[in-house]
Design a protein around this ligand. Structure first.
Ligand SMILES: [Cu+2]
Ligand SMILES: [Zn+2]
Length: 189
């Protein structure tokens, strides 16, 4: 009896082992879905990010989804002072002055208060902070419900600007969360 059980157990192991060994071979070669109901990949909008001297320090790349845009911000080494920096969409696509004041205030069509953590916010320009490494480089991907195109979108008549600030945004205080000077700018138009 004991021997039978042992044998059965051994067979069970073999069977399991056999099945496991067969697993890769059994997996059918999956055909890539042809003409599946897959939405077209959104186009990527790209723009240079420049510092106050007008030098390009990196780029932004935005894909506009149906309900959310996804943006990648890439900053080259030496591009930013190390540490956290506020990041916002400003209302006008103009980065031509050294202090980037031509980009005006945050995109804000409904007079919301500034700040992702503000109970009366956020405004449409509010974004998470970006962190620059010790070498001044940064890579971030973030989303926003602000549209890229269409009514009230970033690419409206006068465009918009992505602004990087000297300090981090506390996401609460007015008007810009204490983020300080504007140190880099990318036109979205
Ligand atoms: Cu700002
Ligand atoms: Zn704001």
């Amino acid at each position: 009896m004991t021997r039978t059980l042992t044998l059965l157990a051994a067979l069970g192991c073999l069977a399991a082992g056999g099945a496991m060994a067969q697993e890769p071979a059994k997996e059918p070669a999956k055909e890539p879905a042809k003409d599946a109901a897959k939405p077209a990949a959104p186009e990527t909008y790209e723009s240079a990010i420049k510092n106050a001297k007008g030098d390009t320090i990196g780029k932004l790349a935005i894909r506009d989804g149906a309900n959310t845009l996804v943006m990648r911000v890439t900053i080259q080494p030496g591009g930013l002072p190390p540490g956290w920096h506020g990041l916002h969409f400003h209302a006008v696509g103009d980065c031509s002055d050294a202090k980037f004041m031509n980009s005006k205030a945050h995109v804000n069509h409904d007079q919301s208060k500034h700040g992702l953590l503000n109970p009366d916010g956020p405004d449409e320009g509010d974004l998470p902070n970006i962190f620059a490494n010790q070498d001044g480089s940064a890579n971030a991907e973030l989303s926003s419900e602000t549209a890229l195109t269409g009514e009230g979108g970033l690419k409206d008549g006068d465009g918009s600007a992505l602004i990087i600030h000297a300090n981090e945004d506390d996401h609460t205080t007015q008007p810009i969360g204490g983020a300080g000077d504007r140190i880099a700018c990318g036109v979205i138009k």
